[in-house]
Write a protein that binds this ligand. Structure first.
Ligand code: GCU
Length: 421
């Protein structure tokens, strides 16, 4: 990993300053987006069939080749193991399961542990939010039964890790980002996995995490974002076997780099029924060509392991890229997508995140669905919800109860869940 200083979610490489990044709308360069409904050779795409059979595969292939990289499929020997269960967790509100997914079937090989809370009183299979977490499953709630992660963890607060191993001090430290009780009371399950179980978040030349099972990739091989997204698909493989979960109603949600991940997971795996991007920014929902806040060059420099090596070609050269991020949103069509921004999260370019939703809308309209209904970026704390939803809330780069409240409303609307607020 290159030398860098980590500051509350932002990473500043030594010697750089925020001043070199553009935060002035008037200085956004002129750009032309690759149209969603035109083939790369200029042929118009006029029907759902042409989108699904021609343009969508073309766009998906471009994202694999030029941006995220190619991932393998489901490993043949992967196995699932229920390692802990309680029907009376969280004071009786939840049924808790902890499931280990062994990617090669081996107990000492690469593996991830999924924590699943579902409403204890639910009858039948429930819709579920599936999300990765940054600091270990035990950080999402103070529940003492949640297992500490076995993998490398980057600690953020004193004592949270010792030698990159999680300690009890981290229990519940990220709970304010997880509206678990609210989610359960609204009739949804929450399944979460520590992202470092899939691939530890530092550049090690594809040695650790699940990469250990595969040969070192070529320039179009999977970067970490694609690897985390692959892990979400493996989680869904398990959820398909869990009769308490309605695997046809799984919303994949992620924040920041994990929001980039949820968008790619939803694009690459059409089993995800709803896709939610929380403050995903550059390489996520924000249009790269705007170069507002974080740029392609910057992200490739700070995080060389997130994308594939072909993406480096677009450093200071965004216009040459055959895709932009509105097409990543469009790959979810006709499934619902929600994009959330925060006013103070200018690094992630809230307006660029909105515009991705807007420019993905023609694909939804081809299906006869409303895309993003707002014609202009909606006012602060005023969500707009069509088949694409968007809000920009007050505050900073974070996941808040406000964000979760919108995701629940959006999921109720599209999953037709009849839960009272
Ligand atoms: C950095 C990075 C962003 C990323 C964020 C995060 O700020 O520049 O692209 O979204 O970290 O994942 O926390």
């Amino acid at each position: 990993m290159k030398s860098m200083v980590i500051l509350a979610g932002a990473v500043l490489c030594a010697g750089s300053s925020a001043a070199q990044f553009n935060y002035d709308e008037a200085k956004v360069p002129k750009y032309t987006l690759p149209p969603a409904l035109k083939m790369a050779d200029g042929k118009p795409v006029k029907t759902v069939k042409a989108w699904e059979m021609q343009r969508r595969p073309e766009v998906l292939e471009l994202f694999k080749r030029e941006v995220f990289g190619r991932s393998p499929g489901r490993p043949k020997r992967m196995s699932f193991h229920l390692v802990e269960e309680s029907p009376k967790a969280l004071g009786g509100l939840a049924h808790r399961r902890q499931v280990e997914v062994r990617f090669s079937g081996k107990a000492d090989g690469p593996r991830m542990t999924m924590l699943i809370y579902r409403p204890a009183k639910a009858r039948g299979a429930v819709p579920t939010f599936l999300t990765l977490n940054f600091r270990g499953n035990h950080t999402v709630h103070a529940d003492p039964a949640i297992r500490l992660p076995h993998s490398w963890v980057r600690g953020r607060t004193k004592g949270e890790t010792v030698n990159n191993r999680a300690t009890e001090k981290g229990r519940g430290v990220a709970a304010n980002r997880w509206a678990i009780e609210t989610i359960l009371k609204r009739g949804y399950a929450l399944a979460t996995i520590y992202y470092g179980d899939i691939d530890p978040d530092f550049h090690d030349d594809w040695k650790n995490g699940v990469h250990a099972l595969y040969p070192k990739p070529k320039p179009d091989g999977w970067g970490s974002v694609a690897t985390w997204a692959w892990g979400l698909s493996r989680a869904l493989d398990y959820l398909e076997t869990d009769r308490a979960i309605d695997h046809t109603r799984v919303a994949v949600m992620g924040h920041s780099r994990l929001g980039k991940t949820s968008l790619w997971a939803g694009a690459a795996d059409q089993r995800f029924a709803i896709v939610i991007s929380n403050n995903s920014g550059c390489g996520g929902a924000a249009l790269s060509r705007r170069a507002f806040g974080e740029t392609v060059k910057r992200i490739n420099t700070s995080f060389p392991h997130w994308f594939n090596d072909n993406f480096l070609k677009y450093n200071d050269n965004e216009n040459a890229c055959p895709v932009d991020q509105h097409l990543l949103v469009a790959l979810a069509a006709p499934r619902p997508v929600y994009i959330a921004s925060a006013v103070e999260d200018r690094w992630a370019d809230p307006r660029g995140e909105f515009l991705s939703g807007k420019h993905a809308s023609p694909v939804y309209e081809l299906y006869g669905l409303p895309g993003l209904p707002a014609s202009k970026q909606p006012a602060v704390n005023t969500p707009s919800m069509g088949t694409i939803g968007y809000h920009v809330r007050t505050g900073k780069h974070d996941v808040t109860n406000y964000d979760w409240a919108q995701y629940l409303t959006f999921a109720d609307k599209h999953f037709k869940t009849k839960n009272k607020k």
